[in-house]
Design a protein around this ligand. Structure first.
Ligand code: COA
Length: 185
């Protein structure tokens, strides 16, 4: 089985619509808004992702964010992962640098863990020396994924939005010497 993170592309438009529809079918609303936009005009949806990555036309308070689709064996999208290039006071508490989802029918098979491992390589390639990742404290699956990828627990806070407990983790990606070398390039 081969897993890779790809840049969003129109080549996978039908597959990505199916992916988002599966969340809806399982009663998860996280892709509802994107599904509406993508169904209306997929190219426009993709343009928005490219603009987000470049930091163009961002709403106030938003930071540049690069999106990836996780593709199994060259045809099935099993998850998505987004990397925020920097943190804001809001993301410091909730959201962090990386967000991810696994398709409902592909959960509990190790994809979430493998996807984050690939995502960390992309984050490093984007120049991040380390990443903050947060999850609801009761999200056992997500917490395990983070720890299995080297996450060090920082602390627990309460979400100012949902008032739910949030766990914050740090994953170091570059040693100080490595970062210094890159900074000098
Ligand atoms: C959280 C999520 C990404 C997990 O993806 P996944 O592909 O099921 O994760 P994995 O298969 O790699 O599981 C990692 C570990 O968590 C465990 N796990 C996964 N889901 C679990 C659950 N609902 N309850 C308890 N344990 C769970 C797995 O059994 C595995 O444990 P192990 O390491 O002891 O074997 C997925 O459930 C999801 O997309 N949820 C909705 C979105 C979300 O919560 N995103 C994260 C926001 S921080």
């Amino acid at each position: 089985m081969h897993l890779e993170l790809i840049q969003p592309t129109a080549d996978f438009s039908a597959e990505f619509i199916l992916f988002m529809e599966e969340f809806q079918a399982h009663g998860e609303s996280r892709f509802d808004h994107e599904l509406t936009i993508a169904r209306r005009n997929f190219d426009h949806y993709l343009d928005g992702l490219v603009e987000n990555a470049k930091g163009v036309h961002l709403p106030p308070g938003y930071v540049p964010q690069t999106s990836f689709w996780t593709v199994m064996d060259g045809c099935t999208i099993v998850g998505t992962l987004r990397i925020r290039h920097e943190l804001t006071p809001h993301l410091e508490i909730e959201g962090g640098h990386i967000g991810y989802n696994i398709r409902p029918t592909f959960r509990r098979r190790g994809f979430g863990t493998a996807q984050l491992a690939l995502g960390l390589e992309k984050a490093k390639a984007l120049g991040l020396a380390g990443v903050l990742i947060t999850c609801d404290t009761d999200n056992i699956g997500s917490a395990k994924i983070i720890v299995k990828n080297g996450g060090r627990f920082i602390n627990g806070v309460v979400s100012p939005n949902t008032y739910k407990p949030i766990s914050r983790y740090w994953i170091q990606l570059m040693e100080d010497t490595e970062r210094k070398g890159n900074d000098e390039i």
